[in-house]
Design a binder for this molecule. Structure first.
Ligand code: GNR
Ligand code: NI
Length: 173
């Protein structure tokens, strides 16, 4: 089942998510639903908090080909190391529809996480994957990419989103 994605401004998106204690079937089902929601959007990553669940869960798929999907599931992801070298990507966020900005982040990172089988794993990432991992781990800590922009740019985006949310409401009510 596809879930509803929360849109900024929403106080839920600013909460700190709780680590998961154990991987059971309900978590596997939830992460499949997160993946379905992300593919439908479409997006390349999704944190559970974006569908209103305050747990440290992330799904990512940066593969281009719809026929050969490569989903990644991260439970309790922790960034162990970030490179000094940085890179800049134009970021979007499913919780900031229609908004994009160039964001500078460490170009490489090493991630520790638990997989769907409950096993501890490590992954070294670079390129778009490294950026996406950092974007998703930020979500788990209540951070959005607009927090890295000037107050002026951030306020402009939030103003647009408030207007956008009012328009959605008007269609529904
Ligand atoms: O779909 C998404 N694209 C994207 C592009 C550049 C950097 C990060 C991302 S993640 C985003 C989906 C999303 O909001 N994940 O939280
Ligand atoms: Ni996002």
């Amino acid at each position: 089942m596809k879930r509803n994605i929360l849109i900024e401004p929403d106080p839920i998106l600013r909460k700190i998510c709780k680590p998961l204690e154990k991987v059971d079937d309900s978590i596997k089902k939830l992460m499949q639903e997160m993946l379905e929601t992300m593919y439908a959007a479409p997006g390349i990553g999704l944190a559970a908090v974006q569908v209103g669940i305050l747990k440290r869960l992330v799904v990512i798929d940066i593969s281009k080909d719809k026929e050969n999907r490569e989903p990644l599931f991260f439970i309790n992801p922790e960034i162990l190391h970030k490179s000094k070298k940085t890179s800049v990507y134009e970021e979007g966020c499913l919780s900031l529809p229609g908004q994009f900005a160039e964001i500078e982040r460490p170009a490489e990172c090493t991630l520790k996480y638990v997989d769907l089988n409950g096993k501890q794993k490590e992954l070294k990432a670079e390129g778009l994957l490294a950026t996406c991992i950092q974007h998703e781990v930020d979500h788990l800590n209540g951070i959005l990419f607009i927090d890295y922009l000037s107050k002026l740019k951030k306020d402009m985006i939030i103003k647009k989103l408030v207007k956008h949310k009012k328009e959605i409401e008007r269609v529904i009510v």
